[in-house]
Design a protein around this ligand. Sequence first.
Ligand code: TNX
Length: 749
Amino acid sequence: MHYFYLVFFAFFFQSCRENSDISGPRHPHGIIPAPAFFQPSGEEKSNIRQLKICLPENFGPTGYLQQLSKAVAQLTWTADCSSSNVILVHEDSLLSESYRLAVEKDSVRISYADDRGLQYALTSLIQMAEFGDFPLRMCTIQDRPSFSYRGMHLDVARHFFSVEDVKKYLDFMAFYKFNHFHWHLTDDQGWRIEIKKYPKLTETGAWRKETLVGHYNDEPVRYDGQKYGGFYTQGEIREIVKYAADRNITVVPEIEMPGHALAALASYPELGCSGGPYEVATTWGVFTDVFCPTEATFTFLEGVIDEVVTLFPGKYIHIGGDECPKESWKKSAFCQQLIKSRGLKDVYALQSYFITRMEKYINTKGRQIIGWDEILEGGLAPNATVMSWRGNEGGIEAAMTGHEAIMTPGSHCYFDHYQSEGPEEPLAIGGFTSLEKVYGWNPVPESLNAEQRNFIIGGQANVWTEYIRTYDRVEYMAYARAMAMSEVLWGTNSNYQDFLDRFDIHHLYWQKTGANVAYHLLDLKPQFLSGDGKGVRVKFTAPEGTVINYVINGQEEKKAKPGEEIVIDRSVNYTFQAKRGERTGRKISFNFDLHLGTQAIIQIDPPPSSKYFGNGPASLVNGVNGRNDSYSGVEWLGFEGTDAVITLDFQKNVTLNQVLLRFFKAEGQWIYLPPLIELYTSPDGVSFSKYTSISNIGAYEKIGDILFNLGGANTRFLKIHAHNYGVIPDGRQGAGHRAWLFIDEIAVR
Ligand code: TNX
């Protein structure tokens, strides 16, 4: 009873809402990242119908916040502080970046520690005014972040983004209280920062003659034949650094060394061990030509750093350090001599020598280095901060030896990975990192003790752009997940359902601004229940309050609840769509073919790889064919190096005329068709006799559809043994590894 009363009032107040063109349910505060402490004073509202804000003189982000509040919530600003109803109190005693905010009857009182604290307080107020209730609900907020380094990274080397785009990125970051922008400025595919002393870096190194089309693993390899590139002048860099500073964001520039250096080598070939010639890379991956640790190279890099430190005032300079193959150093007589004369152990120690030497130089400029976790190999430079990307290990090792670490493991922080398994997703590098997975991340490795944990200064999301060509795509890949990440790094990611309520409102706001933000909350992911001898059923999980609408054969409309089993009893098309409030998800559609196999009990031994497990055995007898263009999703099962041995039990004697098998072929991705397939029959599931086999299955481009005519075999059990291709031959992708075998529907008639 009481609950309904509150709901009624909440809706009543909503309808009084001013200044907003976002409709739909509200959230008590609507702030992302959620504040550390929020206490409403019951349902009471303040009398303020318009916020009049007056900012202190010399406050950096004034212009930014005025613009923001206008764009988001149409708040009013006043130069006359006596008429302001937002009262600002500076309190030295508060911790850096923290603030307190109290919405009272006739005023909003803000206490803040520093510029950052004040900016965050006002950002929260702006978000509250637009995404929460307005007029504001009386409440108290006490807020501060858990981590001091809250980063977003952008790779502008693989694809170049304009000054305007970078500013949009910074605006987005500031809105979610990120405070470090890691700007990946150089890589094999392009050098993007003007260096006056070395003009060829941007004359030559900023341009590649063409770019790979499609995925790196595709065969055959194709290029677009179009020159591509761009760079930032020092003037533009200064403009961006200032724009970031106006939002309390520190820019961390990254100059890659000793690897990922092809663009620099193409400009100055004398810096490589072979002397070149080199070409700016046109494809992705890791390249064996890297900086040679000669005096000429150090002079060059020091010259670059001299200019970098004048452009970027922040404490950190990122020197890369990742993915540096050692081949060219092993082959080089100079390097071997250097290893000897310096008493180094091997090429890994040489990498450590390289980084430590650059660190010393950068330290003389009063700056600290950050490097990817490979800088731990061969010994860590004394004052380095480690960015842990290949999992948590690098961060753990750094923290245990008293070095700062920034956590950015590929498993949770790589926003170039897929965020949905839907067939319409744009091409991505691979992987799968959903919004929920990001939200559930804990940046602090469990194995560290309390003292070591202090060295984990924060975390960062990385946006690598091999497959992200436009800013629109950056928005699509990064924005939704960055909202989740902001709450992780603020340390308030404790209630996913509550986050989703706020995410919905923020999402609408970004949509309204024209940003291309991904929305996958209503993507339906089917779970098939088949292969147990009881026919085909399907069910869906979905957020609370979702209805599953479905249409059978284009005519019959039905509804189901999340988790409810829907029985598929006809060989026709079924289309499903989730609906929650006003929002609907994308439709998914299946043409069911209820062949004999869908009634069977299925057994697979050995089981498929857990990496490509689909819906488990049910996937092969659910009456649905997997996609022809992708082996991910619920239909295809992958066997890593092993045979697929599958037994169907029809539970009674049946007459079999045909078995149609489907296999996936993508040799560039290590997936091969089986060289031999055998079929066995059995009356009892114990003694099997070979019925037929195929060993020369012919040429297929992608899907091997292999048909067996059985001519009326009478059997209760059918065993299919598809043999793995075995070891991949030399000269092919994955040579020396065992091949994958991918199988989908086993259609039996
Ligand atoms: C690894 S993360 C890289 C990048 C790629 C990225 C793609 C890191 C230090 N190196 O060069 O762009 O994977 O996800």
